[in-house]
Design a protein around this ligand. Structure first.
Ligand code: ARG
Length: 461
């Protein structure tokens, strides 16, 4: 197994064992970073020329060569193999093939450690912008449906038991709020992503008179890392992103769970449209909610990536260790998963489901979810709430044994229970009134919901 070493210094006498070379290589996945590697290298080359570390003409050759590699890559002409080890070496080698000796100067005052960190941050910055955009689109669809359904009532649940009826818009606005926090959170993560490690070198800085602020400015970083050891070994930004991504998945997964339940025969609140549902290979009657099921399932892998990177980093001595190469696949797969799930759920909501309004309308009239309103009715007439609560509990029990609902009681029966009851009890316990009456700030009352919808539109404008 002794071929000539290609990459390393003369210190090495023999090449890597081929299996070890394959094991070590990251080119199979970090090729994803190539555009950012080129952009980062161009900024580095410009900085080297500006500070006189290389000549202006060498700087130009490097920039032109790197742009040529970009064109070659986009045309599918540059396809580095496993012998390149990683995207950074692949680019440097191709550059030297194109521009000759000047290419060998690109890596002056730089290490792959600060380079890999730079590329990863540039990559993540773009993906965060895209995911935030997708979140806004998702929120837009939630609002569109909500605006059409302020007065559509659905049962509201606690413990998955019917609790109180609510406006469908109010329900959708809850998910709007969750995704708004997701959007905000990613914006906050971006502050820590957008810091330049370029120029931290291998770990200790460099002997050359570099200008880190200049390359950072060219790459539109907001800041530079203040400590070179921290700069090359920090993966907090990646972990923060994975945590933010995990919460996005939590929210999408909860919504998915409800779509799955609601599309079941038992609930029957929504019907899946053919464009977003699948059949069974054996049971011809089936229509399955594969989209929300997959989203719910994919949440697991994103949580796994978060866990994995936390564990990768927790025992690492400063500064760079090869373990950190494991950040890439965790990030790439998370990005792909979150983007795919957001896209699918946006389509599902926009065109993949129909609310069964008849079923929803009858659902809110066939239970005791207006019982709190009877208690509130008496409390508003001066009966202490706990007393009225106990009284209504007794009424519910009587109704249950007689196979009746609260609305079926006669005025005499109400008055027998308590003299404060009057004819207005019937309107007080009608579902629409039950919802309308919850007009406290943030509540499901129609007036509140209309205000929330306007505020929500403003937020995503
Ligand atoms: N492929 C490596 C990574 O992603 C690049 C940095 C390697 N640095 C080193 N000293 N081996 O982390």
């Amino acid at each position: 197994m002794t071929t000539q070493p290609k990459t390393w210094s003369q210190r090495f006498e023999s090449a890597l064992h081929p299996a070890i070379a394959r094991f070590n290589a990251s080119i199979g996945f970090d090729i994803e970073l190539i555009e950012y590697d080129l952009t980062g290298s161009i900024a580095h080359a410009k900085m080297l020329a500006k500070t006189g570390i290389i000549s202006a003409s060498e700087g130009e050759q490097l920039v032109n060569g790197l742009e040529q590699i970009r064109r070659e890559y986009r045309q599918g002409l540059f396809v580095p193999g496993v012998d390149a080890e990683d995207v950074h070496f692949a680019v440097e080698k191709r550059l030297t093939d194109i521009v000759g000796d000047a290419g060998k100067k690109l890596h002056t005052a730089r290490s792959r450690n600060d380079q890999a960190g730079t590329d990863t941050r540039l990559y993540l910055r773009d993906r965060i912008a895209e995911i935030r955009e997708q979140l806004r689109e998702f929120q837009g669809v939630l609002l569109e449906i909500a605006e059409l359904n302020v007065e559509t009532l659905i049962p509201g649940y606690t413990h998955l038991q019917r609790a109180q009826p609510i406006s469908l818009a109010h329900y959708l606005l809850a998910y709007f709020e969750m995704s708004d926090r997701d959007w905000e959170r990613l914006g906050d993560v971006l502050k820590r992503v957008n810091i330049s490690p370029l120029g931290c070198g291998a770990l200790a800085g460099t002997t050359f008179p570099i200008d880190r602020h200049y390359s950072a400015e060219l790459l539109e970083f907001d800041q530079v890392y203040a400590n070179s050891l921290d700069g090359v070994s920090d993966r907090d930004f990646a972990i923060e992103f994975l945590a933010a991504a995990s919460l996005i998945m939590v929210h999408l997964s909860r919504l998915s769970e409800e779509m799955i339940l609601w599309s079941s025969h038992e609930f029957g609140f929504i019907t899946l449209k053919d464009s977003c549902a699948t059949g069974s290979s054996i049971m011809p009657q089936k229509k399955n909610p594969d989209v929300p099921e997959l989203v719910r399932g994919k949440a697991g892998r994103v949580f796994g990536h978060l866990q994995a990177l936390l564990v990768v980093v927790k025992g690492l001595p400063l500064a760079y260790n090869k373990d950190l190469q494991e950040d890439k696949e965790a990030l790439f797969d998370t990005v792909k998963t979150v983007q795919g799930c957001l896209e699918a759920m946006t389509i599902l909501l926009r065109e993949g489901i129909a609310f069964n309004t008849n079923r929803l309308a009858s659902a809110v009239t066939e239970d005791f979810s207006n019982a709190t309103d009877v208690a509130d009715y008496l409390a508003a007439k001066g009966v202490p709430f706990r007393e009225s609560y106990n009284l209504v509990g007794k009424v519910v029990k009587t109704c249950l044994s007689g196979g009746k609902l609260l609305k079926d009681l006669t005025l005499e029966e109400w008055k027998d229970l308590h003299p404060a009851f009057d004819t207005d009890i019937y309107s007080a316990i009608a579902p629409t009134q039950v919802v309308a009456a919850r007009n406290s700030y943030g509540g499901t009352g129609f007036e509140q919901v209309r205000k929330s919808l306007i505020a929500a539109r403003d937020r995503i404008a």
